[in-house]
Design a protein around this ligand. Sequence first.
Ligand code: B12
Ligand code: SF4
Length: 485
Amino acid sequence: MKSMVILPSWKPDDIYPAKLARSAVSYQHPLGLLYIATCVQEAGHEVELVDGAFWTHQEVLDKVRRFRPRFVGVSANASMWTKAIKTAAGIKAIDPAIHVSAAGPYPSAVEEKCLVDCPDFDSAVIGEGEKTMPELLSRLEANAGLEGVAGTAFRRDDGRVHLNEPRPLIEDLDSIPIPRRELLGDFDKYESPPGSYRRKPIAIVMTSRGCKARCIYCFQMKGEHRIRFRSVDNVVREVKELVTDYGFREIRFLDETFTADRERAMELCRRFRDIKPDFSFYVSSRVNTVDFELLREMKRAGCWAILFGAESGVQKNLNTLRKGITLDQTRAAVAAAKKAGLKVYTPFIIGIPGETYEEALETVDFAIELDPHYANFHTMTPFPGTELYDNVEKYGVMSSNTDDYTFEGAAFVPFSMTREEIEQVRTLAFRKFYSRPGFIFKRIFEIRSVHDLKTVSKGAASFFWLWTQRNAASAKSGIPGKKTG
Ligand code: B12
Ligand code: SF4
């Protein structure tokens, strides 16, 4: 059956302030869509993957018009939801007989509510879609209804919305086919912010899914706080294929915590070194799961950078977030990673429930004390399906416009701060962190290649823009700026 999977059309300045968008934009492979498209193909269907990062809304619809699918799955997280609605409406206008399904983090969080919100969706795929999709398509092919297809919600003939049984998370991740990257078309169109990669082209891989921690702002599929791992052999097979067959030169491991199982991370690194594939890699981690020996092994295997969610410089606020880490663990992890020769990236959050203006300034000082290679200062954002979202009235005031749900817009203002204060701290944080003479000199002395030079100059251009703005980290939020508590 002819099927299409779509990421709706979006532009970087939907998320980032227009000028910053150029340096912050991240066009990464849409791994979720790739997994789904691969499974659909394996099940014997013809499939086309449309990544809306590269097409206007009309161009996406033109592709639907040309391909004439019987099924279209539209993927959305919270900030993409209004675009997904627009896409579904456009598809139905082309041909009302096309079955249109909503899927991805947002529909997974709000479940059948997304069908109530948007009459143009016939069904929703809730949670991981790899096992659900082939079942759903064979039902559609047989002109049978979706009654009983676990992990879906659908609209009955009488218009009423029905939620089927949930589908458990996939326990054996090795049973999922390795995504076929050729479904993406030309890899050159994918672009990453300067400084976020060493080599190109970049592939995206996940060696595990899920996280044990319970941060109040983080969305985890089915609200389950555990990790499922792929076997080391399965990961190594994918890495070999990516480097040898496809010619990728860098891999970004998107696992929530690449180092969650220390021995497995060590083993992966040893295997990467043994097979000597020519690639560099980047991981995300947690400060309480690393030590110098592990980080050194990672560096030897080709890792060049590591992200630690540092989040705050005030222990009370880390505790509010239920981050499960201490400031000293962050200090130790950042120091060990730097000693191992890795570049360190630490994102922080401004506007944590209960955080005062002065405490937010302490976070900026903490970032400067840690002195990572890159720091970002996001706003606290209550995504559907999180503890923060479900109990937001306990914590502050939330915007009802899902377009505000980027980490850049003040979608949430805690009772302890105003929106203006959040924006002020963010502006100050970027300026203070990136304009330190020591920081600038270090980056200049680290220039070893044309790529490094380009990174530093693009960063400098964005930084110059930041300086010229009254409010560099400007947010487009529906929340009024008055003191809320
Ligand atoms: C990589 C990533 C990005 C990349 C996106 C690259 C891309 N083109 O996809 C970038 C950096 C651009 C990004 C940006 C943002 N992201 Co992001 N991102 C992620 C991250 C780390 C991995 C996504 C991924 O590939 N996962 C692996 C795949 C296998 O899982 P998946 O995508 O969920 O797909 C599965 C299901 O959702 C479902 N599915 C998904 N699509 C479809 C489609 C069909 C047809 C079907 C049937 C099923 C299906 O099946 C898939 C396979 O099981 C996740 C966290 C995470 N671990 O998932 C956050 C996450 C998705 N991002 C999130 C957010 C909030 C954002 C931003 C808003 C943040 C910001 N900067 O402001 C922006 C929004 C950008 C945008 N335009 O949408 C949230 C979404 C929360 C929510 N409830 O909506 C997440 C969950 C992080 C979190 N834990 O809170 N992000
Ligand atoms: S540690 Fe990271 S991935 Fe895990 S729950 Fe917290 S924010 Fe989410």
